[in-house]
Structures are given as structure tokens and as C-alpha cells.
Design a protein around this ligand. Structure first.
Ligand code: PEP
Length: 254
């Protein structure tokens, strides 16, 4: 077992307005979540203030799903890192594949967002991963190397990387534990190359892509998999809690 603590983060995407988010979090707070696992939820922006109030006395972290790279200005529709920090948001996802494929996110813009978020002391979950076409074309590792190159200059202490093969997101098709481990080990090598060996040992690499209670243990049991970024299964208190418990069992060596 590595010294890295497991982290299970829920990406709610464009689900759960204020009412649903509050009901969900009230339910999650009733669960006896294990201390051994770090937990973060990432609601849509509109639900963040209510979530921040509900979670203020808990150890569940709160994250946004995106953040702009400027502090303020003429950027209609955007939200900045200081605005997030002001209401108690401590985390943000950056570079999610849905941002990359639908909203023109690039490696460079994702890196700018990440840098700015870290300057405001937010922790960043930096997403990357290959498409099906890229995997079938045999260029997975080239793609991961290119995507990971922009991590250079980021603060390792406030960085989590999420490996999310695009073909596994929301498709029900999960990477096999061996495929996940292979990609994570490769990414740890790239983190060593851009941020140094110490950072590579410390930075958590989450797997994301159709993680469910039934497959979490085998994925998280891989030596370089430090937890998960969970989409669909994070929208249900019972399944999200079950995934957190699967990580806790592994942390306890069970
Ligand atoms: C995600 O949105 O980051 C994700 C991994 O989604 P899902 O778990 O639904 O595949």
C-alpha cells in the first residue's frame, strides 16, 4: 500500500440544482463515511453556495467543475478562482474531456486554469485521457505524454491528476484494472519528468470512467490508482458511499 491517501471525488456534471444538491448532501452527511478516504463533491456552480454551507462543518471537500484563468474581467458566463475561494470552495476540476470535446478546452487553456486556481490556493483535479480513436490508433501514450507535459510548473501539493479514458466516460465501458494501472504508471513517470520524483510519489492519480460500486475495488486496488473521479455513480448517495467504502477497505489492507 502506498502512503498516498485514497481520494474519491464526485463530478455531478450538469445535474442537481440547489434543492436536489441539498437533499443529496443531507443524505451523504448521514452516512458514516470512513476517515481513511478523502471525499470531494463537485456540484454545478449554482449549487456551490448551498453546498458550502451544508459542508462547512464536515470533512467532505467541495469542488467546482471548471474555473477561469483570470481573476475578473469581461468573460461573460465565466467564474473565477477568487470567486470560488470566497464562498469556501477548495477544489476544482480542470480539463475534463467534456470541456475539451464540447467547449474547445485545450491542454494550454486547462493548464492556465490550473495555475490560476492554485494561485488562489484551490486544489486542482486535472483530467486527461485518450479517445477511443487514439487508443485504437496506438497513440495512447503519446497523447498522455502531450497532455501531462502542461503540468510543468504546477504545485504538486495542490495537484491531483485524473486519468479518464474518454471511451470509458459515461459509456458503462470501464478500462480493465491492467489498462488503468498501465496508464497510471506511465503518467506517474511523466509527472516525475515534469515535476520531479518526489512529486511523482506524492501526487494522487485518480481513475475515472464508469466506476461503480461493483468495479471500484479492483480498479483502486492497482498500485498506482489512488481513487476515482466518479460521474454517474456519484449522483446516488448509496452508490457513492459504497465506492468510498471500497477505497476504505483497501486502505485498511482488506
Ligand atoms: C466523469 O464525468 O468524470 C466520469 C468519469 O463519468 P462516469 O463515471 O459517469 O463515467
Amino acid at each position: 500500500m502506498s502512503a498516498r491517501r485514497y481520494l474519491v471525488a464526485g463530478n455531478w456534471k450538469m445535474h442537481m440544482g440547489v434543492g436536489e444538491a441539498s437533499a443529496f448532501l443531507e443524505g451523504l452527511l448521514q452516512e458514516e463515511l470512513p476517515d481513511a478516504v478523502d471525499v470531494v463533491v463537485c456540484p454545478p456552480y449554482i449549487s456551490l453556495p448551498a453546498a458550502a454551507m451544508l459542508l462547512s462543518a464536515s470533512r467532505i471537500g467541495l469542488g467546482a467543475q471548471n474555473v477561469h484563468w483570470e481573476a475578473s474581467g469581461a468573460f461573460t458566463g465565466e467564474i473565477s478562482a477568487p470567486m470560488l475561494a470566497e464562498i469556501g470552495v477548495g477544489w476544482t476540476i480542470v480539463g475534463h474531456s467534456e470541456r475539451r470535446s464540447y467547449f474547445g478546452e485545450t491542454d494550454e487553456t486547462a493548464a492556465r486554469r490550473a495555475r490560476r486556481a492554485q494561485e488562489e490556493e484551490l486544489r486542482v483535479i486535472f483530467c486527461l485521457g485518450e479517445t477511443l480513436e487514439e487508443r485504437d490508433g496506438g497513440v495512447t501514450f503519446e497523447v498522455l505524454e502531450r497532455q501531462a507535459a502542461v503540468l510543468e510548473g504546477l504545485d504538486a501539493e495542490r495537484l491531483v491528476v485524473a486519468y479518464e479514458p474518454v471511451w470509458a466516460i459515461g459509456t458503462g465501458r470501464t478500462a480493465s484494472p491492467a489498462q488503468a494501472q498501465e496508464a497510471h504508471a506511465f503518467l506517474r513517470g511523466r509527472i516525475a519528468a515534469v515535476l520531479g520524483e518526489e512529486a511523482a510519489r506524492a501526487v494522487r492519480i485518480l481513475y475515472g470512467g464508469s466506476v461503480k460500486p461493483g468495479n471500484a475495488a479492483e480498479l483502486f486496488g492497482q498500485p498506482d490508482v489512488d481513487g476515482g473521479l466518479i460521474g454517474g455513480a456519484s449522483l446516488d448517495v448509496q452508490s457513492f458511499s459504497a465506492i468510498i467504502r471500497a477505497a476504505a477497505h483497501l486502505a485498511a489492507g482488506e
